[in-house]
Design a protein around this ligand. Structure first.
Ligand code: ADP
Ligand code: MG
Length: 254
């Protein structure tokens, strides 16, 4: 068994009396790729907000590593511990090149100006070259980010997160708005990160979930709690899951 990286214990969070997260318990091992699914409003994004310090739990504990309680830390402190989040819409520096976007994400110099005149070490350059290959943008390094396709921008943003060398990556609906081909490549990219990084991926697209969960586990959230957890095939066969999520036919998500 790999050591545990994240443990969420009895966490609840209400907004104006509405329980978005209700007595949530969740645990992630180092190097794991966990997929989280659940109907709209199940609390998936709020779950990420609570881990990253964007929202505070009303009760419960969120432990990172052996004994860091994230609920006591500010958002930037949590980020510095190596927890990176990818939001649904890509946020890259549109006018900067792919390469400069990655340079700007390296740890170290702060301002855009300081970063762009900063001399990269040869190790930094090698690392960014590797990263460009990994995200499939090696030959597009000199293009301004606004000339990338939607999927490519998403990969660039994943690359920017990876440039910070995070321990834990939280990825919210990466396949949204992607073509089938882009979705598949995104799945392969995320799979290649598992082991070196730990990942929690929220997704709706079931073909994509099946792809990325082929070695890992799936957690189903419903009304702010874990409804069921297991292999993709187990979760898919669970009558509770079929009822709230998979079985909603054309009214559910694809
Ligand atoms: P999901 O990502 O699973 O679709 P969310 O976590 O975004 O669900 O939302 C869960 C519930 O919490 C929704 O009913 C949503 O309206 C509510 N919610 C989330 N964040 C806030 C907020 N900042 N203020 C008020 N309500 C919120
Ligand atoms: Mg969401």
């Amino acid at each position: 068994m790999k050591p545990r990286l994240l443990k969420v214990q009895n966490v609840s969070k209400s907004f104006d009396g509405f329980k978005a997260i209700s007595n949530l318990n969740f645990s992630l091992a180092e190097g794991e790729l966990r997929t989280v699914i659940g109907p709209n409003g199940a609390g998936k994004s709020t779950f990420f907000d609570l881990i990253t310090g964007r929202a505070r739990p009303d009760s419960g504990r969120i432990e990172f590593g052996p004994n860091i309680d994230l609920t006591k830390l500010k958002e930037y402190e949590i980020n510095r511990l190596g927890i990176g989040r990818k939001f649904q819409t890509p946020s890259v520096y549109e006018l900067q090149t792919v390469w400069d976007n990655l340079v700007l994400s390296l740890k170290g110099p702060r301002s855009v100006f300081a970063t762009l005149i900063y001399r990269l070490s040869s190790e930094d350059r090698d690392r960014l070259d590797e990263l460009l290959k990994l995200i499939g943008l090696y030959y597009k390094r000199d293009l301004p980010a606004d000339q990338l396709a939607h999927g490519e921008k998403q990969w660039l943003e994943i690359g920017m997160l990876l440039a910070t060398n995070p321990k834990l990556l939280l990825v919210d609906e990466p396949a949204a708005g992607m073509s089938d081909e882009e979705t598949h490549r995104t799945g392969e990219l995320l799979l290649s990160l598992a082991g070196k990084h730990s990942l929690i991926v929220v997704e709706h697209d079931m073909a994509f979930v099946r792809q990325i969960a082929r070695h890992g586990r799936v957690t189903v959230l419903h009304q702010g709690s874990v409804l069921c957890e297991g292999k993709f095939s187990e979760v898919q066969a669970d009558p509770k899951v079929r009822e709230v999520y998979l079985g909603r036919g054309k009214h559910g998500h694809k």
